[in-house]
Design a binder for this molecule. Structure first.
Ligand SMILES: Cc1ncc(COP(=O)(O)O)c(C=O)c1O
Length: 390
């Protein structure tokens, strides 16, 4: 029996359609679906399969372990790029998983050769300031070395943008101006390499950033790379986070709810208790700071988010008592109402990425295809609260 208290539903059809939507932006470039961090909280393997179904031809992860997990799940043919920095042991693991790895220094090329060889992508740091080498000449030399080192194959040339999502920022154009001639010249010396730079924002921002392949994460999951309304860009969120109203109780004017007494009822009302909390990914910063959907209506989350519970103000009407046992949506849609990752991110002063990645491992993921259940996790707990017949 799966739990009802906190559930993440993932619509794999949405991931498929988001990939198709992204592909429609491309002029012949390949789509690499970024499924690191357990597919931005959606489940890496399931998301990867849906993305491939939607037209992605590559996968990217951050860690060697993530590449191994994809292979172990049967995703054996597809090219997987490990984008993160790797220790010697992690490099060996990535190469054992037949993954491509990123290098930017002669030492890394040598490490790949010493580990028995593999496919490498040379990273030019055009202004992100993290991994990669800043000097284009040096990056070119690393590429030449990779192409000539025994067992090593120069597979790609890449960079990563720092401000693709900030449309007024000129840094993006400067990065593109640095990368384009370097990639062209280096690719001319090494025909067949794959040139790639764009994340979701850059992919949607300009075809000039798309090159041979784009590496999209956030948009694959239907969130907006610019923090705006994903729907307006033709993307649909795949993830919903829900719970249910486990208890409804009267709260008199002047009574408080939750830790620290951060909410005190101004009038007599009913409070609903939902067994989901910050240990599930409902951030504590949402205390008195979001709305929850029940029965197609919005109710304010009141009081402090606890580890395992949140409370909502259901209002004074006796109909509140009938909401006991009703499903509650903390992220997602109900009727014509929606709570989006972008809205929650704005409330919290963060980005939609962190909302999705923050749904914790304690929350079971239920997969469906436009509502048709897909997983075999046992019968769904339609979970009427104890002693309530519905
Ligand atoms: C190197 C690299 N490429 C691509 C991506 C995908 O970015 P996005 O989720 O904004 O599409 C990431 C994600 O952080 C990344 O680190």
């Amino acid at each position: 029996m799966t739990e009802r208290r906190a559930t993440a539903s993932v619509n794999l059809a949405a991931i498929e359609r988001n990939c198709a939507r992204l592909r429609a932006e491309l002029r012949g470039s390949e789509l690499c679906a970024v499924v690191k961090a357990d597919g931005y909280g959606h489940g890496a393997v399931q998301s990867a399969r849906a993305a491939l179904q939607g037209g992605a031809t590559w996968l990217a992860v951050a860690a060697a372990q993530e590449a191994s997990e994809l292979r172990a799940a049967g995703l054996r043919e597809v090219r997987v790029l490990v984008m993160g920095a790797l220790s010697t042991a992690e490099l060996a693991q990535a190469l054992a998983a037949q993954a491509d790895v990123v290098v930017w220094d002669e030492r890394y090329v040598e490490a790949v050769r010493a580990a028995g060889g593999g496919r490498v992508h040379v990273k030019l740091d055009t202004g992100m300031g993290r991994l990669g080498v800043r000097d284009p000449d040096r990056a070119g030399q690393v590429a030449d070395l990779a192409a000539s080192a025994k067992g090593v194959q120069l597979a790609g040339l890449m960079t990563h943008f720092a401000t693709a999502d900030e449309c007024a920022d000129e840094h993006f154009e400067r990065q593109l101006e640095l990368f384009t001639p370097w990639a062209r010249a280096t690719a001319a010396r090494h025909p067949g390499v794959i040139v790639h730079a764009a994340n979701s924002a850059a992919t949607l921002r300009t075809p000039r950033a798309q090159f041979d392949m784009v590496r999209c994460g956030i948009a694959v999951y239907g969130m907006d790379p610019f923090g705006e309304d994903a729907r307006a860009r033709g993307l649909a969120p795949a993830l919903e986070l829900g719970s249910y109203v486990a208890e409804v109780k009267p709260c008199r004017a002047g009574e408080s709810v939750g830790y620290g007494r951060r909410w005190v009822a101004e009038r007599d009302t009913y409070v609903g208790v939902l067994p989901i909390g910050y240990a599930d990914g409902v951030r504590r910063g949402l205390s008195n700071n979001t709305e929850v959907l029940v029965g197609g209506r919005r109710y304010p989350l009141v009081g402090t988010v606890s580890m395992d519970n949140v409370t909502i103000d259901l209002g004074a009407g006796a109909e509140a008592l009938r909401l006991r046992g009703e499903p509650a949506v903390l992220l997602g849609e109900q009727g014509d109402q929606r709570v989006t990752a972008e809205q929650l991110a704005e409330r919290l002063g963060t980005i939609n990425y962190e909302i999705a990645c923050g749904v914790s491992a304690r929350v079971p993921r239920r997969y469906h295809y436009d509502g048709a259940p897909l997983d075999t996790g046992g019968p769904l707990d339609t979970g009427a609260p104890l002693d309530v017949q519905r």
